[in-house]
Write a protein that binds this ligand. Structure first.
Ligand SMILES: Cc1ncc(COP(=O)(O)O)c(C=O)c1O
Length: 438
């Protein structure tokens, strides 16, 4: 590095204590290769984006072809074939009432769009007082100011309390730490009662409820019972409040079905996707809306238009990558791979449940989590276990980024059973290192 080079400022990194970033020169399948030739098994899909393996040739080819044809054109007043094709293909897989797609850049912007659509819908309909958002405990919806506001309090947003918009907070179905002190075997999803009260008392002021359907990711890979999501849908419908499903993590097969909402048998009013949309190649997001929502934006009144957009909205190269990723769903046995991953999780997790230092294990689709027992003061994202585990995993050639005291696996779908079993073996070995007395 010469003195004129800019310093690279990495996200979610404390340079005062964290090791320098590893420079990666290539990626193939589930493996990344460092500049000095070490192979690292990417067991978290590079921040939950990669579906079909790194540098999948079909997506790489589609990107190259599109880049040579049309790299970009503004999306206000213009359109293009890759976006039109993508809308047509997504239309076949998203729940039928969601007939409208608004593209943006990443998961956070997809959430901002959904919140703004919900709020402006009520304003366009002459009910501007219906503008509040309800969000769940343990939620994470992104790092932009609106998305950060609906995310629950955490070290990520502690410095920004003054910027966060006020949000109504309700319980999550976090069964390992039940918010109402019950156990799943005998409960009747009483954690929904708080939402029911909020909607009954303040429904006239509430525009939407936002949830991560079935799986809360960054909050600790918390798996909800299907009944919880079904209950949220029932209550929001009963009180004429929109349901926003943030499928940024769960979309495109992570929970075993194309979307978590499909798995739970519900249809939201607004749905956000990003991460896996392009198979992990490029940044692209989409917010889907129902006819009812879209129709409130169409009128002779220009002020009722949705004044939101980003320079790279619906970038053609990103849309081409997304189309190529959807092709792979059709041409390769993607859901068989997903089922095979789920089977390994089901086989390997019970042994961890018995370990004296394990508080809980959970899995859904391709995602598995092992929550480690730590003193209350050391729980959460900043747990002292995290850097030790992270370094240990890397030293064994595996990329896993524990969420504090929660170790999770979220692999590309092309991982083999042998590779996944190796990841489990490494986690097993790590317990002996961090809990030598157990
Ligand atoms: C459920 C959920 N929503 C939104 C986001 C934000 O997505 P992005 O990082 O692409 O802005 C994330 C990111 O992890 C997420 O897990």
């Amino acid at each position: 590095m010469s003195s004129s080079d800019l310093h690279l400022w990495h996200p979610f990194t404390q340079e005062g204590v964290d090791p320098p970033a590893l420079s990666i020169r290539s990626g193939q399948g589930v493996f990344l290769e460092t500049q000095d030739g070490r192979r690292i098994l990417d067991a978290i899909s590079s921040w939950w984006v990669n579906l079909h393996g790194h540098s999948h040739p079909a997506i790489a080819e589609a990107v190259a072809q599109q880049a040579g044809r049309l790299e970009h054109v503004l999306f206000a007043g213009f359109s293009h074939e890759p976006a039109e094709e993508l809308a047509a293909r997504l239309g076949k897989i998203v729940p039928p009432p969601l007939r409208h797609v608004f593209f943006s850049d990443d998961g956070s912007t997809a959430v901002e769009v959904a919140m703004k659509l919900a709020v402006q819908y009520w304003s366009n309909c002459g009910r501007p007082g219906k503008r509040r958002i309800v969000a769940l405990e343990h939620a994470y919806h992104g790092d932009t100011v609106g998305a950060m506001s609906v995310s629950d309090d955490s070290p990520f947003n502690a410095a920004f309390q003054s910027l966060r918009i006020p949000v109504l907070r309700t319980h999550s179905a976090s069964c390992a730490h039940c918010p109402v002190g019950l156990t799943r075997d005998t409960c009747h999803i009483e954690c929904l009662n708080k939402l029911e009260r909020l909607l009954a008392e303040q429904g006239d002021e509430i525009a939407a409820v936002i949830v991560e359907p079935l799986l809360q990711g960054a909050g600790g890979m918390i798996v909800h019972p299907d009944e919880f999501l079904a209950g949220v849908r029932r209550l929001t419908s009963a009180h004429d409040v929109f349901l926003i499903a943030d499928e940024v993590l769960t979309g495109f097969g992570r929970t075993g079905r194309m979307f978590a909402c499909e798995r739970a048998g519900i249809v939201p009013d607004l749905m956000c996707v990003a991460k896996g949309l392009t198979g992990g190649f490029l940044s692209l997001a989409a917010t889907f809306a129902s006819d009812r929502i879209h129709s409130a934006f169409v009128s002779g009144d220009r002020t009722h238009a949705f004044f939101h957009g980003h320079s790279y909205t619906a970038n053609p190269i990103a849309c081409a990558a997304a189309n190529a990723s959807l092709n792979i769903f059709e041409s390769e046995p993607v859901f068989e791979r997903i089922a095979a991953i789920e089977q390994v999780h089901a086989r390997r997790l019970p042994a961890f449940r018995k370990h004296p230092s394990v508080l809980d294990v959970r899995h859904i689709g391709t995602v598995a989590a092992i929550e480690l027992k730590v003193p209350e003061s050391d729980a959460g994202y900043l747990s002292s276990l995290r850097p030790r585990l992270y370094q240990y995993f890397l030293s064994r050639g595996v990329l896993l980024r524990p969420l504090g005291n929660v170790v999770y696996i979220l692999p590309p779908y092309v991982i083999t059973a042998e590779e996944l079993n190796f990841v489990y073996d490494v986690i097993q070995d790590s317990l002996a290192i961090v809990f030598p007395a157990a």
